[in-house]
Design a binder for this molecule. Structure first.
Ligand code: ADP
Length: 260
């Protein structure tokens, strides 16, 4: 039996297909989120990779910011539950999840039974989200995926003191014109994201192991800065951005079994 999870995010659409609720058959990621053709493109791509037709899929769960009203989904489930489900499936020892997406950041506490116990989120301010990195990458004329390479070269990361994205953008421009190197500015940007989210995380009792999910987790500069500021090791997977879609596909399997 094939089940599919689709995570319709603010910037990116992700899909995972599972066989019998365990084996990952295919995954897709399209950088186009809710309100675009991204969800359908991600769906078509994952079906193509799996060599399946839509009719072959028994159950679809949608999650993410644009999960509501996705007409191909049998049901929708919140991204908090789906991230927790996906992460716990692969990393059962994780007790804290830091999920930084395109427009919000969430910190989740997982209890001993692997269930979501508590969470805090920032969805009011772009600082400490992927949006902050997207804006800064644009200012620096860099691709989002190049930020970590730049940060790695830094010798003396600059301090970004503005807590507002718009002011931080001006601060970055003035740092550059005052002679700070691009790599030191990028490292400062990564640190700024980590500091913002760490402040949020500290509102919960952070327990080992700490996992980073969401697109921003791909950035090693942010992960390293997070380890430093939280004084804990960060667990990460190259598929961190797909945890929501994986969780949705796992829920889809459970639901299809119940309805059989
Ligand atoms: P959403 O579900 O809201 O679309 P995602 O969890 O998919 O969010 O993450 C999207 C964000 O991930 C983008 O805003 C972007 O800043 C960030 N991102 C994607 N790829 C990278 C990368 N290679 N390095 C750093 N950040 C990245």
């Amino acid at each position: 039996m094939y089940t599919l999870g689709i995570d319709i995010g603010s910037t990116t659409s992700k899909c995972v297909i599972l066989k019998d609720g365990a084996k990952e058959v295919a995954k897709s990621l399209i950088v186009a989120g809710t309100g675009t053709d991204g969800p359908n493109r991600a769906l078509n791509e994952v079906l193509k990779k799996a060599n399946l037709k839509l009719e072959d899929v028994s159950y679809i769960v949608s999650t993410g910011y644009g999960r509501k009203g996705y007409r191909l989904a049998n049901t929708e489930i919140s991204e908090l539950s789906c991230h927790a489900k996906g992460v716990m499936h692969l990393f059962p020892k994780v007790r804290t999840i830091i999920d930084i997406g395109g427009q919000d950041a969430k910190v989740l506490s997982i209890n001993e039974r692997g269930r979501l116990a508590e969470f805090v989120m920032n969805d009011k301010c772009a600082a400490g989200t992927g949006r902050f990195l997207d804006v800064m990458a644009n200012v620096l004329k860099l691709d989002i995926s190049d930020l970590e390479k730049e940060a790695r070269k830094a010798t003396n990361p600059v301090q970004i003191s503005s807590t507002c994205t718009v002011f931080a953008e001006s601060e970055v421009i003035s740092q550059l014109s005052n002679g700070s190197s691009r790599e030191n500015v990028v490292a400062g940007i990564c640190k700024s994201v980590a500091n913002r989210v760490a402040t949020l995380a500290k509102r919960l009792d952070i327990k080992d192991e700490v996992f980073m999910s969401g697109g921003v987790a791909k950035n090693e500069g942010v992960r390293n800065a997070m380890e430093e500021v939280l004084n804990t090791k960060i667990v990460y997977s190259k598929d961190s951005q797909l945890m929501g879609a994986l969780g949705a596909a796992l829920f889809a399997y459970e639901k299809s079994i119940k309805e059989e």
